[in-house]
Design a protein around this ligand. Structure first.
Ligand SMILES: Cc1cc2nc3c(=O)[nH]c(=O)nc-3n(C[C@H](O)[C@H](O)[C@H](O)COP(=O)(O)OP(=O)(O)OC[C@H]3O[C@@H](n4cnc5c(N)ncnc54)[C@H](O)[C@@H]3O)c2cc1C
Length: 543
C-alpha cells in the first residue's frame, strides 16, 4: 500500500476544503487534499453562484448577513476573476407583503449592507426584462461567483506552492491511534489502489457527507440534508441579480452567470440515505418556472436548458427544523473538546461565499494544534488569475485571434490568459463555440488543473455548459484528450460516453418543446452519425 506522510489532511474538495487547503499551505503547513470525485462536484458545483450581499439573510439571520457583506467585499478583490459585480435588486410584486420592503431596509442597516430604495422606473432601466408591474425596488451589492473557477484557483495556488491533491480518491476509513485520528485510508477510483495518508490533523470538510466521515471516526454528527433545485435558462435573461422582496421562499431569485441565467431555488427536506440519489421533481420545475415568470415574464418564452439540484450541508445543532428556517451558520467542531477524539476537526454549514472565512477559522484551529504561528493571509492575497487589477486583457498582445475569444478566456482565467493563449496557432482553434473555449484552454486545463475526464474539463472551462449542452464540443474535447496524450483513443471514446450520460441527467427533467428537439438532434449526431452506442468496450487498460 502506498503511504503519504504530511502535516494536515483535508477531506473534501468543495469550496470549504479548497479554501482550507490554500490557507494552510500559505501558512507553510504541508497539506494533502483528498476528494472522492472531482473538485467542486459536491454542493459547491450545485448552487446558483450568488455572491450574497447578505440582504437575503438580513431579516432572519443577522449573523450570516454580516458575514456575507464582509466576505462580499473581500472576494470582489482577491477572487475578482471569479466574480461578476452585477448588483442586485429586491422587487416587490402586487401580491407581496409591502411591509417586508421596509423591514429589509431596516435589517440591512443593522447588518451594514448598503441598501438603496430606487424608483421602479430606475429598476426597469437597470433590468429592462423585469416585471413592469413591480411596486417597489431596492438595490443591494449582490453579485455572482463562479464556484468552479473559485475552487480551481484555490487548488492551483496551493499546488503551485507544493501541496498535493488527490482527486477521484475516496476516504474509506480513518486511522485511529491512542484516541486520536492519525490519518485516513483512501482508494484511487481509476487504479483501485489503496493509499494510506498519515498526518497530525485531519479536517473533515466533506459538506453533507460530514455525518458519514464522522461515523468513520466513531463520532455522531447529525446533518439535516435540505435539497434545493434550480433551472437554467439558455441565455442571460437578466444582467442584475433579481430577488423577490419577501420572506425567502421557492422560486424567488434569478441569477445571471456566464452565458445563462439560473432560477432558484426550492427547499425540500430529504432523508440522509438519499443524499446521493438526488432528482429534480416535476413540481419543483413547475414552481420555479411559474414564480420565475413573475420576476421576469420572458421566462415563459425562454428555452430551459437543464435542471439540477444540490443539498444544503446544514448541521443539526438542536431540534428538528425545516431546512429553510435553520441558520446557515458556520459550524466548526473540534472533536478533541467535543468528543475526546484528538487530531480531528469538522467544518460544515455556511455558504459558498463564506468559504474563505470558514477556511480561516478551520486553519486557525488546525494551526493551533500543529503549533504553527503564521496567521491567515487569504483575505489579502489574490488568487491566481486575480493578481492584477485590469478588468480587460490587453488584446493587442494576442495577434491572429478574435477579441471575443481573448475576452472569454480572460473572463474565465483572469491574468492567466497569457499562459493559455500561447503564441501557437494550434492553441487558437475553437473547441466550444457557445463558451468560446480554445484548444489552448483545454491543453492548459489538462496540464495544470487536475482534469481526468471530460466532466472535470467542463468544470474548468465551461465546455458543454452553453446553449448546445455539449452537442458540438464534447467530441472535439474527446479528440483533444487523445491528441494531448491524456487518454488513448479508446479511453477518449469512453470518456465521451460518460460525459454525455452525465449531461443527460440534467436534461431529462426538462424534456419538452425546443429542449426536446435539441436533445433529439444531439441523439442523432452521436448515435446516428457517430454510432457512439456501438463502440465496443475493448477492455483496454486505463492508462
Ligand atoms: C440549492 C442550493 C443553492 C445554494 N446557493 C448558494 C449561493 O447562491 N451562494 C452561496 O454562497 N451558497 C449557496 N449555497 C450553499 C453552498 O453551495 C454550500 O454551502 C457550499 O457549496 C458547501 O461547500 P462544502 O465545500 O462545504 O461542501 P461540498 O461542496 O459538498 O464539498 C464536500 C466534498 O466532499 C467530498 N467527499 C464526501 N465524502 C468524501 C470521502 N469519503 N472522501 C473524499 N471526499 C469526500 C464530496 O465529493 C464533495 O466534493 C447553496 C446551496 C444549495 C443546496
Amino acid at each position: 500500500m502506498k503511504t503519504i506522510e504530511t502535516g494536515a489532511i483535508i477531506i473534501g474538495g468543495g469550496a470549504t476544503g479548497c479554501g482550507t487547503f490554500r490557507d494552510l499551505t500559505l501558512r507553510g503547513v504541508e497539506t494533502v487534499l483528498i476528494e472522492q470525485s472531482d473538485i467542486s462536484s459536491g454542493t459547491t458545483g450545485r448552487n446558483h453562484g450568488l455572491l450574497h450581499s447578505g440582504a437575503r439573510y438580513a431579516v432572519n439571520d443577522l449573523e450570516s448577513a454580516k458575514e456575507c457583506i464582509a466576505e462580499n467585499r473581500v472576494l470582489k478583490i482577491i477572487a475578482r476573476h471569479c466574480v461578476e459585480d452585477t448588483g442586485g435588486l429586491f422587487i416587490t410584486l402586487p401580491e407581496d407583503d409591502p411591509d417586508y420592503h421596509n423591514r429589509l431596509i431596516e435589517h440591512c442597516k443593522y447588518a451594514g449592507i448598503p441598501c438603496e430604495e430606487i424608483k421602479t422606473r430606475e429598476a426597469l432601466k437597470l433590468e429592462p426584462n423585469l416585471n413592469p408591474n413591480i411596486l417597489a425596488a431596492l438595490r443591494v451589492p449582490d453579485g455572482t461567483i463562479d464556484p468552479f473557477r473559485l475552487c480551481s484557483a484555490n487548488i492551483l495556488d496551493a499546488t503551485e506552492r507544493g501541496a498535493k491533491v488527490l482527486t477521484h480518491t475516496a476516504v474509506e476509513s480513518m486511522i485511529i491511534d491512542g484516541g486520536a485520528v492519525r490519518g485516513v485510508r483512501c482508494r484511487d477510483a481509476a487504479s483501485g489502489e489503496q493509499i494510506e495518508v498519515r498526518g497530525e490533523v485531519v479536517i473533515n470538510a466533506s459538506g453533507v457527507w460530514g455525518q458519514r466521515l464522522c461515523s468513520m471516526a466513531g463520532i455522531e454528527l447529525l446533518m439535516f440534508p435540505s435539497k434545493g433545485s434550480m433551472v437554467i435558462i439558455d441565455y442571460r435573461i437578466n444582467n442584475v441579480v433579481v430577488n423577490r422582496c419577501r420572506v425567502p421562499s421557492d422560486g424567488d431569485i434569478i441569477v445571471p452567470g456566464d452565458t445563462v441565467s439560473i432560477i432558484g431555488t426550492t427547499s425540500r427536506k430529504i432523508d440522509y440515505s438519499d443524499i446521493e440519489r438526488l432528482e429534480v421533481d416535476d413540481d419543483e420545475i413547475d414552481v420555479l418556472i411559474s414564480d420565475g415568470e413573475k420576476l421576469i415574464p420572458n421566462v415563459s418564452k425562454a428555452r430551459i436548458l437543464r435542471a439540477y439540484c444540490g443539498v444544503r450541508p446544514l448541521v443539526a445543532v438542536s431540534g428538528n427544523v425545516d431546512g429553510r428556517e435553520i441558520s446557515r451558520g458556520i459550524v466548526l467542531v473540534d472533536h478533541e473538546t467535543r468528543d475526546g477524539v484528538g487530531g480531528f476537526i469538522t467544518i460544515a454549514g455556511g455558504k459558498l461565499m463564506t468559504y474563505r472565512l470558514m477556511a480561516e477559522w478551520t486553519a486557525d484551529l488546525a494551526a493551533k494544534k500543529l503549533g504553527v504561528k503564521k496567521k491567515c493571509s487569504t483575505a489579502s492575497t489574490a488568487l491566481p488569475g486575480s493578481e492584477t487589477r485590469p478588468r480587460k486583457p490587453k488584446i493587442r498582445r494576442f495577434t491572429g485571434i478574435a477579441k471575443s475569444v481573448v475576452g472569454s478566456t480572460f473572463y474565465r482565467h483572469g491574468s492567466r490568459v497569457s499562459s493559455i493563449l500561447e503564441r501557437k496557432k494550434k492553441n487558437y482553434g475553437l473547441v466550444c463555440e457557445c463558451e468560446m473555449v480554445t484548444a489552448g484552454e483545454v491543453y492548459y486545463a489538462l496540464r495544470k488543473l487536475n482534469v481526468k475526464n471530460i466532466v472535470d474539463l467542463r468544470r474548468r472551462t465551461r465546455i458543454g455548459m452553453g446553449p448546445c449542452q455539449g452537442e458540438l464540443c464534447s467530441y472535439r474535447a474527446a479528440g483533444l484528450f487523445a491528441e494531448f496524450g491524456a487518454a488513448t483513443p479508446q479511453k477518449a471514446n469512453r470518456l465521451l460516453i460518460d460525459f454525455l450520460e452525465e449531461r443527460w441527467k440534467g436534461i431529462k427533467p426538462i424534456l419538452w418543446g425546443d429542449g426536446l428537439r435539441e436533445m433529439e438532434f444531439t441523439y442523432w449526431i452521436y448515435q446516428g452519425l457517430f454510432g457512439l452506442g456501438d463502440i465496443a468496450d475493448d477492455g483496454e487498460d486505463e492508462k
